[in-house]
Design a protein around this ligand. Structure first.
Ligand code: HXC
Length: 270
């Protein structure tokens, strides 16, 4: 699979894992409108390939990370200084679409947080399925110190990760969480000593994903997203629908056949 070149991103596909690296180290990878546009185009290109690949699944997982000492230090403050309220609304809405597109990708996405994940950076990480962090990572929503509020989804997603109490404290004070506290708070799923181990850890999880049925993994991801916030009975009904859908796939036929034949499954991916 070939992706176009994006001015503010580095992309690399290895062993079915696409790594997207936000690459503006001089501005600590701040999310300028250009970065948001590049992310939008990149995620939509992957999504399109996966929707039309007829079971080939050239990408089984995505890693989002940043160059240098930051994951992403937030939206670009220099650019926001001159924005009108309507432009700010459009910027926020556009990034909301990017975070929804990340959530809707049919493969797991891991945020590999190597350094500062502040404001929009923390919000980008929270749109991913898993947040892995190096011990050098730190997280926070410092918007109130700039006279701003979260605009890339933090008000919605932070309470879901850390609970309403800690979310309020972080949003009201702008206090930063170091990696270990973010881990204890449930924001970070796995913690690594170095940036290298962080990427190895993310690759290793996505390699484990790649041994499963891709259609089943995609269904699980979609179902989790659909049932979020729903009452129990509604969530269970959606799960039963998803269970039915699994029974329409060749992957299910192969997975159950292989188990009973004591063989390794070779999933057709459809
Ligand atoms: C633009 C940024 C930036 C940002 C850093 N830089 N963060 N530029 N937007 N968000 C730039 C600095 O201006 C500086 O440029 C260079 O990157 C290096 O940063 P330093 O501050 O010198 O580095 P350091 O002393 O290590 O401090 C790191 C830091 C600090 C603690 C991360 O940079 C910082 O507090 N950044 C802002 C974090 C933040 O408030 N993020 C939330 C933004 S609001 P020069 O040219 O001087 O070298 C947001 C809202 C989202 O995200 C919703 C929008 C709709």
């Amino acid at each position: 699979m070939q992706l176009p070149v994006y001015p503010t991103l580095l992309t690399d596909i290895r062993d079915g894992v696409l790594t997207i690296t936000v690459n503006r180290p001089d501005a600590l990878n701040a999310l300028s409108t250009r970065v948001v546009q590049d992310l939008e185009h990149c995620i939509s290109a992957v999504s399109e390939v996966l929707a039309n690949d007829d079971g080939a699944w050239p990408v089984r997982g995505v890693i989002i990370t940043g160059t240098g000492k930051a994951f992403v230090a937030g939206a670009d403050i220099r650019e926001m200084e001159g924005m009108t309220p309507d432009e700010a609304h459009a910027h926020s809405s556009r990034m909301h679409q990017v975070t929804l597109a990340v959530e809707q990708l049919p493969v797991p996405v891991i945020a590999a947080v190597n350094g500062f994940a502040l404001g929009g950076g923390c919000e980008l990480a929270m749109a991913c399925d898993l947040i892995y962090a190096a011990s050098s990572a730190s997280f926070g929503q410092p918007e109130v110190g700039l006279g701003l509020v979260p605009g890339f989804g933090g008000s919605v997603r932070l309470p879901r990760y850390v609970g309403p109490g800690l979310a309020r404290e972080l949003l009201f004070t702008g206090r930063r969480l170091k990696a270990d506290e973010a881990h204890r708070a449930g924001l970070v799923t796995a913690l690594f000593d170095s940036a290298e181990e962080l990427l190895d850890g993310a690759h290793s999880t996505l390699a484990a994903v790649a041994r499963q049925s891709p259609t089943a993994v995609a269904l699980v991801k979609r179902t989790l997203s659909e049932i979020e916030g729903k009452p129990t009975a509604e969530g269970l009904a959606l799960e039963a629908e998803s269970f039915r859908t699994a029974f329409t796939t060749q992957d299910k036929a192969e997975g159950t056949r292989a188990f009973l034949a004591k063989e390794r499954p070779s999933f057709p991916g459809r």
